[in-house]
Ligand binder design. Sequence first.
Ligand SMILES: Nc1nc2c(ncn2[C@@H]2O[C@H](COP(=O)(O)OP(=O)(O)O)[C@@H](O)[C@H]2O)c(=O)[nH]1
Ligand SMILES: [Mg+2]
Ligand SMILES: [Zn+2]
Length: 288
Amino acid sequence: MKKGRIIRLIGGLYTVIDELGNRVDTRPIGLFRYQNISPKVGDDVLYDEESIQEVLPRRNDLVRPAIANVDQAIIINSAKKPDFSFYLLDQFLALIEAANVLPLIVLTKIDLLTADELDTLKAKLEYYSSMYQVCYVDSKNKVGMDELMTHLSGKLSVFSGQTGAGKSSLLNAIDPLLNLKTDAISEALGRGKHTTRHVELIKVQDGWIADTPGFSKLEFPEMDITSLKDLYPDFVRLANECRFNQCLHINEPDCAVKKAYHDGRILKERYENYVLFHQSIKSQKPRY
Ligand SMILES: Nc1nc2c(ncn2[C@@H]2O[C@H](COP(=O)(O)OP(=O)(O)O)[C@@H](O)[C@H]2O)c(=O)[nH]1
Ligand SMILES: [Mg+2]
Ligand SMILES: [Zn+2]
């Protein structure tokens, strides 16, 4: 049997690639259905000429997008068109933290900002750099590509971000041979359109990237209201100074996080969005 990695799934047919780069289209053995195992893109598998025989243990397992063994999730945010949104950034960050994957923040389309606008945004995003890597790119003029590449090398990365954020354009800028479809037509219509469909890993130099279907609105998965706070590394750092052990940093007295927000040590938008997410999770809860 050979060992390989699933890099594509279309209509029940899996593409597996071995260490030498040989590709084969195959299907899993029927047994998987009864064992409740469904091989997915990113899986390391054992296979022969007939079929995929075994799925090797996963390091992690994303549901949406359905990819296993992800090393990092790259959150693509446009600086403009659509306007940059801390709400979306923080929502993606929380979702990715919840999936136990390392986030990387990328700001695209920086060419559409004036130097002053870019400085102002960078000053705010600087707040995140104590927790995450932050990269700035302009895919149109290929600015910031080398720096970004150093973070993609040797890893399996998933691209996330709303439709129109510039995911496909960024991939094309990194590797023009990809020639991915980008969405110029929807821009004329003034709204996003889904141009990226099935799940597939793309080889970019020595890394793998999934350009997943874009989505403009995310819903929080059903989550215990008390676990949201743990998805914020900046809040976690301060939490032991809160009066209550399980402080939610909402209305409790002597809350170190809320104090830091008032003092400007926590980014204003970030805390305020946290409160909104908290409320939205709370309103999801079934009422008894
Ligand atoms: N000026 C500028 N436009 C960009 C940049 N990146 C993407 N775009 C444009 O933004 C639109 C959406 O890009 P696309 O890559 O399709 O976004 P996706 O939906 O996230 O894959 C397209 O019209 C691109 O030409 C950039 O760095 N600068
Ligand atoms: Mg796209
Ligand atoms: Zn607190």
